[in-house]
Design a protein around this ligand. Structure first.
Ligand code: CDP
Length: 217
């Protein structure tokens, strides 16, 4: 029996495109089920931050491989990871196979905790935890996602326009879905949750309903 399916443990995989609301939902699920939570996007953002801090070209795959095998996860306060520039840079390094391979073990180790875990990202249901019993693919229209991300970045004091953010979202969708290694896509056994017209409360109760359905199955 694998770690993901051991009785009494629950692994929840939450995937989806940029600003789909997956992080908010994953956090809510973690609180609801009393499980530890990992935002795997932050790991890619840390690699990107470490690359930029060291003055490397973000497209330099050799430097990225060195960084991913040596960076200190505790060295980056979250506010240094959430900016627009870092989201973009993270999706560049995330397309590099050596970066994905370098981050795989720590994600699997997190998912293997005794009671289980909630992880969110792009490839949790397909690559990191393919045996997770509960998988959600959270999505929303590009326009809705752009409006959410715009509000978040303006709240952080960034000078951004809605059109600029919509262009970022479309570019990131294309890069994340088009890469050859672990592209963004719903696992065959994932349940798709479109949050375009849902409030956070509505989306959270739909997400819990999906997990409960999977646990009962
Ligand atoms: O919050 P947002 O959805 O904008 O981004 P994120 O989840 O923090 O991820 C930033 C970038 O990291 C994404 O655009 C992906 O390219 C990459 N990523 C990934 O490839 N695989 C993951 N499991 C998580 C993030």
């Amino acid at each position: 029996m694998s770690a993901a399916t051991r009785p009494g443990r629950l692994v929840i995989a939450v995937d989806g495109p940029a600003a789909s609301g997956k992080g908010t939902l994953a956090r809510r699920l973690a609180v609801h089920y009393g499980l530890p939570y990992l935002d795997t996007g932050l790991l890619y953002r840390m690699v990107a931050r470490a690359m930029l801090d060291a003055g490397h070209d973000i497209h330099d795959a050799i430097a990225a491989e060195q960084v991913v095998n040596s960076f200190d996860e505790t060295a980056f306060p979250e506010e240094r990871l959430r900016g627009r520039e870092i989201g973009e840079a993270a999706s560049v390094v995330a397309a590099m196979p050596a970066v994905r391979a370098g981050l795989l073990t720590r994600q699997r180790r997190f998912a293997a905790q005794a009671g289980g875990a909630v992880l969110d990202g792009r490839d949790i249901g397909t690559v990191i935890c393919p045996e997770a019993p509960a998988k959600l693919f959270v999505t929303a229209t590009p326009e809705v996602r752009a409006a959410r991300r715009h509000k978040e970045l303006v709240g952080r004091g960034e000078a951004v326009t809605l059109d600029g953010i919509l262009a970022d979202i479309r570019r990131r969708d294309a890069r994340d879905s088009g890469r050859s290694d672990a592209p963004l896509k719903a696992a065959e056994d994932a349940v798709v949750l479109d949050t375009s017209a849902l409030t956070v409360e509505e989306a959270a109760s739909a997400a819990i309903g999906i997990v409960e359905g999977r646990r009962a199955a």
